[in-house]
Design a protein around this ligand. Structure first.
Ligand code: GMT
Length: 375
């Protein structure tokens, strides 16, 4: 099949899922056309089945806001005609599903039907999409898609609760390429980051308020009082400065490393002992799954779809949002001795293996085929 994948090209989970999906589909012989405003960050492997088409939005002084969705719709129309694209798979409703609908209508003028598959990722439903400014357009785009998927059952429930949905929604969970995260917990150059007697705790996100970065620092503060440890803060975002100040006030600056955005997530996770994800909302928690694939247990909140990923007392522990003391105690209980830690590491890997890419990608292929019959 010839498939257009529209996504955000940044470090966010939706862009990562879209990119990994496209790459896997290309390995299975499909022609994949990524259409977005920059080359996606994880798309470092262009091959004969993978193409990237950049959406340019020319600056024009009349426009206070540059019309990205207009440029995207036009690009989709042009690329469909040029490359014979058969399916448009858009990740994140805003503005991608809306732009795809316009493209579909324009193409129909020329008797070309290309179905839209919309994958909802989380904040496009729970935070931004639900805003009254966007809600009618998001509802419309979801209802006009030829197939709609969510990345967890929890997000499906939220979508149905928050919007007037007339379309069917399939749950196709986030996934992981398990081979990418194979390691034996020894060959990771952990000595670069910490002393032998120190545990490495990691948090990876876009450091936005929804991730409750203050809780991450507070949990680590409690952990390091009991267990020699370091905290790796990976990612960039608006909460970073506040978090650095919090570390300074708590006197733990020396023990916390702010890494910024990284393309070496697998290496960082390889030497991590514990992952923290105390988010306020989380449709799935791809970063937790990535951690677990590397054999890193997860201390998380029980928000949204996280309980579908992290198993209580097995791959880690879950607590109510904001329950910092309980999260700290649970973290210490995992780290307190090597036998317990190693058991949790093995469990985390086992739990992650349920989300192998080879189980998930055929589900998308089946959805594309069904959408094509949906004329
Ligand atoms: O978590 C973020 O802020 C990034 C965001 C995104 O839109 O890229 O992630 C969302 O999509 C991921 C991939 O499907 C999910 O694993 C994340 O849980 C989800 N984030 C939220 O729901 C907050």
């Amino acid at each position: 099949m010839k498939i257009a994948i529209v996504c955000y090209p940044t470090f966010g989970g939706s862009g990562v899922v879209a990119t990994e999906l496209g790459l896997e589909l290309s390995k299975r012989g499909h022609q994949i056309h990524f259409i977005t405003y920059n080359q996606p960050v994880r798309l470092d492997l262009l091959n004969k089945n993978v193409h990237f088409h950049e959406v340019n939005v020319p600056e024009y002084p009349l426009f206070h806001y540059q019309p990205y969705e207009l440029a995207l719709s036009s690009k989709l129309v042009d690329m469909v005609k040029l490359h014979g694209i058969e399916v448009m798979h858009v990740h994140y409703a805003i503005p991608h599903a809306y732009a795809a609908y316009m493209a579909q209508k324009m193409l129909l003028e020329d008797d070309i039907f290309v179905p839209i598959v919309t994958t909802l990722h989380g904040t496009d439903i729970t935070l931004v999409g639900n805003h009254p400014f966007y809600k009618p357009a998001v509802t419309f785009s979801i209802n006009k898609s030829n197939a709609v998927t969510t990345v967890s059952q929890s997000l499906k429930d939220d979508t149905i609760r928050l919007f007037n949905i007339k379309n069917e929604i399939d749950v196709v969970t986030n996934f992981i390429d398990l081979h990418k995260y194979e390691n034996d917990f020894t060959d990771c150059q952990r000595s670069v980051m910490a002393n032998d007697d120190e545990k490495i705790i990691t948090h990876i996100s876009n450091l936005r308020p929804v991730k409750r970065i203050e809780d991450v620092i507070s949990i680590f503060y409690n952990i390091q009082k009991e267990i020699p440890s370091k905290l790796m803060m990976v990612g960039e975002g608006p909460e970073r400065e506040k978090a650095e100040q919090q570390c300074f006030k708590l006197g733990i600056t020396e023990k916390v490393v702010f890494v910024g955005n990284s393309n070496e997530i697998d290496r960082i996770l390889c030497f991590s002992d514990l992952f923290l994800l105390p988010s306020k909302t989380e449709s799935f928690g791809l970063s937790a799954l990535e951690a677990m694939s590397s054999g890193v247990p997860v201390i998380s909140s029980n928000a949204g779809g996280i309980p579908e990923v992290n198993l209580q007392g097995f791959s880690g522990y879950l607590s109510n949002v904001g329950a910092v003391e309980e999260m700290s105690k649970n973290a210490i209980s995992i780290l307190k001795d090597e036998a317990t830690l190693n058991q949790f590491k093995l469990n985390a890997k086992k739990q992650a293996s349920k989300f192998g890419i080879s189980k998930i990608v055929p589900q998308y292929e089946a959805i594309y085929k069904k959408a094509l019959q949906n004329k």
